[in-house]
Design a protein around this ligand. Sequence first.
Ligand code: GUN
Ligand code: ZN
Length: 429
Amino acid sequence: MTDTTLLLGQTLSFAADPFEVPIDDAVRHQSDGAVLIKDGKIAALGRREDLCAEFPDVKRVDYGKSLIMAGFVDAHAHYPQTTMIASWGKRLIDWLNTYTFPEEMRFSDPAYAAEIADRYLRLTAQNGTTTMASFTTIHPGSTEALFQAANTRGQRVVAGKTCMDRNAPEELRDTAQSAYDDSKALIDTWHGKGRVTYAITPRFSPTSTPDQMRALGSLWAEHPDCLMQTHLSEQTDEIEWVKSLYPQARDYLDTYEALGLLGERGLYGHAIHLEEREIARLTEVGAAVVHCPTSNTFIGSGLFDMAGLKSRGLSVGLATDTGGGSSFSMLRTMAAAYEIGQLRHSALHASQLMWLATQGSAKALHMQDKIGNLATGMEADLVVLDLASTEAIAQRVDQASEFWESVFPTIMMGDDRAIEAVWINGVRV
Ligand code: GUN
Ligand code: ZN
């Protein structure tokens, strides 16, 4: 049976990357727009008048002046850190040891993992996020819990078992062989099942031995259509530690590169303090870096160079990094990206922030032809934004003289109250 719905409202889609072409050429905004959803896909996109005439008998949902756009794509998160978000006062390595590792130990219990996976997908959907790339814990059951919860919702998700065989508590250590075996078994069972994509996941160089990194590099070579996600150059003392653990490495990226963990489908979270060779290599191979702005300020990591890296042609996604990041909201994440841009004397335009949170992240995940934009044939993962969700925002929007001026207050001041509706796989959630 076909399930067809016509959504009416303002619509926003992208014809190109607004970092690369003038904003008016990159953006398609329709103030009287319509989106036809059919069988989980976007079947048509156009003007309200035209689509209402073309599909007179279809069920309609009228969102008035609200903005219909692609659901947000969070390119780097840790769902097991849901309950420890906003933990006070530590920098990266102490934060991991004090808060993160004790919480991740609880995921040896599959029932606990299932409870938190469900809660996490609920909280993120309430904030308009329809796809995420998440780390899990070393327990294969924690990865299965997220895949199960996502497939039950028909939701696209990327995740992988987090691998660590050193510099972590005994209960959170696997081995090179078990990391390979467990990850491979999860790939065989889950990769491509429903809307699941597997990401091979060494946590970061300090918590994997070279043997483990090599084993995961081999696994990636055997499954090149999998993604690979990890962390790179987040804090300066972390980088010093990496250099002491890998004295042969030319730089942090080389600890991955030398062991088979640099590739086009690689996702490198944070990437704040990059050296010139690292930028050149990441760009050359077409890998993606992921900007995690609320995390980078919360843990005190540094100011990501968005303008510089985008101008080099590097693929950049945007992410919450829950729970190092201090919010589940991609709106809040865009606001933090804007603020970091300002601190670097580069004001990101609202269209660029929206692009990063949708197409940019989807591109980083190599899913830009499926999600992250409104276009015919794309999967129907949508968010509807109320651009006047609070009195404070509404009174500012009253003064707006053009479209982007009416959107920017929601980016800077909006929260889950701005999320009027979320559609996942063509179904309202
Ligand atoms: N580096 C290694 N693990 C983590 C993590 O869980 N969060 C953040 N922000 N950085 C990391
Ligand atoms: Zn992370």
